[in-house]
Write a protein of this length. Sequence first.
Length: 103
Amino acid sequence: MDFSLIKVIAGEDVAKKLCDNDYFDNHIGRAAGDDVDGEQLDNLIKGAFVLGAQPVDYPLTDGVYLYLRLRTGDVIALFIETDVKDQDGGSYEVLRISRTDIK
């Protein structure tokens, strides 16, 4: 990710965290995050700045981390991945969306 761009948009502390593999491993990648209801996604990210993106399991990508600076100034990692949900005797592939605050 572009450290200098993130630094301009979100500050040096956030840029250091988002560009640090150890921070990712200990605070983002292993964090369960808070579930985001798909219908609330537009309201959450409307007007946000995209700081960067990171695919999961590239090149067989099954998820993505989007790093966003929200209208409120908060910075979050938004994790979107495929998941399987069992319902009514069948299995369905769905998107799971979760949010982790970068503090």
